[in-house]
Design a protein around this ligand. Structure first.
Ligand code: MLT
Length: 405
């Protein structure tokens, strides 16, 4: 008899952002007159920049001509893109990462979810709490998370590392040593950052204990302050203990185009085995790469015009984050993040859970946020607002929230 993977039955409800989308769709159906402002999921709203559009058109034309047509893309990505990434994202920052160590994919979400497949099912994992739900969900599916405890809202085999205002939303080094440690900075959902010395402590900890850090750096392009690392490879020894994920989704508005990459240094070993060839083998089989056209678009992000245009767009989104942060602070809320990240993490009014506050915002202000507890128990008491909306809509959302209080 065919049986399904029983681990899938341990997943709680639907994916956070799908749950929110369903709630909003139901509300909208019943209240078609309400103009809903969506500051929930971190999806971009501004068009792809002209330098990238030009590259897309050029690549489409190439596909229509016999001499320039391309079939399957190379498993690990086109060299033109891997060379460009290595030079711009690593060499320019003094990081020792070669093009061969870069695996081009259809986005950081797929890679963050898939990476755990190459590690033993018995490996222990540690995650920040609150956390981007993909890390835990993918480990639940793999049977690594254990049983869900409805009392604590946690899986019993996962090491949760609380991120609170008291620790500046940077977790303490865990006493129980995990095999795999998921870190994301600038952080989703709190929008806060880690400083270089703090990240170095994590690298030292991982090297000392033989752990591997899975570092999600999807939001690095939003960093505005010095001393905030863009890559974990800015830390000494990280080549021996860290994998890094990057995305073009937020950096260049590719949420609909899909492009990202993962870095696996050749020095990285797990239980004495080289990790690089295993991920390469996986890429060969379960290919989640990106088409030629999209990889050309990615290359154009690094052109002079591309860089100027995407940086302008990021600064514009950060302008929204400033409006959100200042407006909410003026209304008496505690606010975090938003300076080096597209997310603002706001406190929820006393006496309300984050889901209750989510409902109030939706029904009284027509504003969609993401309840903090959806990201983990320590997210309770907070709500995340995304700065990826339109300027006027963002302003209006904040005015509506201010009027509620
Ligand atoms: C988020 O809102 O947390 C992200 O947009 C989700 C994602 O990138 O998959």
């Amino acid at each position: 008899m065919v049986r399904i993977n029983q681990n899938y039955l341990k997943l709680q409800g639907s994916y956070l952002f799908s749950t929110i989308a369903k709630k909003v769709a139901a509300y909208s159906k019943e209240n078609p007159e309400v103009e809903i402002i969506r500051l929930g999921i971190g999806d971009v709203t501004q068009p792809i920049v002209p330098a990238v559009i030009e590259a897309l058109h050029g690549a489409v034309d190439e596909m229509g001509a016999k001499e320039t047509f391309r079939g399957y893309a190379p498993d690990l990505g086109y060299e033109f893109l891997r060379n460009t990434i290595a030079k711009n994202d690593y060499e320019k920052r003094g990081c020792d990462i070669t093009p061969e160590e870069i695996f081009v994919s259809d986005g950081a979400k797929s890679d963050c979810a898939n990476i755990q497949e190459i590690f033993d099912a018995d490996c222990s994992i540690a995650v920040c709490d609150p956390v981007y739900p993909v890390y835990v969900d993918s480990n639940v599916m793999a049977g690594r998370a254990g049983e869900y405890d409805t009392q604590t809202g946690q899986y019993n085999k996962v090491i949760y590392m609380p991120c609170t205002k008291e620790n500046g939303f940077v977790p303490e080094l865990p006493r129980e040593v995990p095999d795999l440690i998921y870190l994301c900075f600038p952080n989703n959902p709190t929008g806060t950052v880690i400083h270089k010395a703090q990240l170095q402590d994590w690298v030292d900890y991982a090297r000392k204990n033989g752990s591997i850090i899975l570092y999600d750096s999807a939001y690095e392009a939003f960093i505005t302050e010095d001393d905030v690392p863009h890559s974990i490879y800015e830390c000494e020894g990280a080549r021996e203990c860290a994998i890094e994920f990057r995305s073009f989704s937020k950096t260049a508005g590719f949420t609909g185009l899909r492009l990202g990459y993962t870095v696996i240094p050749k020095d990285l070993k797990a239980g004495g085995e080289d990790v690089w060839p295993l991920w390469a083998r996986r890429h060969g089989t379960k290919y989640n790469g990106a088409p030629y056209i999209i990889q050309r678009a990615g290359e154009a992000v690094y052109s002079e015009a591309g860089q100027e245009q995407v940086h302008e767009q990021i600064a514009w989104y950060l302008g929204n984050a400033k409006i959100i942060s200042e407006g909410l602070a003026a209304a008496g809320f505690e606010v975090y993040g938003g300076k080096n990240a597209p997310y603002v993490w706001m406190s929820v009014p006393k006496g309300l859970t984050s889901w209750e506050f989510f409902d109030q915002l939706l029904t009284k202000a027509g504003v969609v946020g993401t309840p903090g507890s959806g990201f983990g128990p320590h997210g309770e008491g907070y709500l995340r607002l995304s700065s990826f909306g339109d300027r006027e809509a963002t302003r209006k959302a904040i005015e509506r929230i201010q009027k509620m209080f």
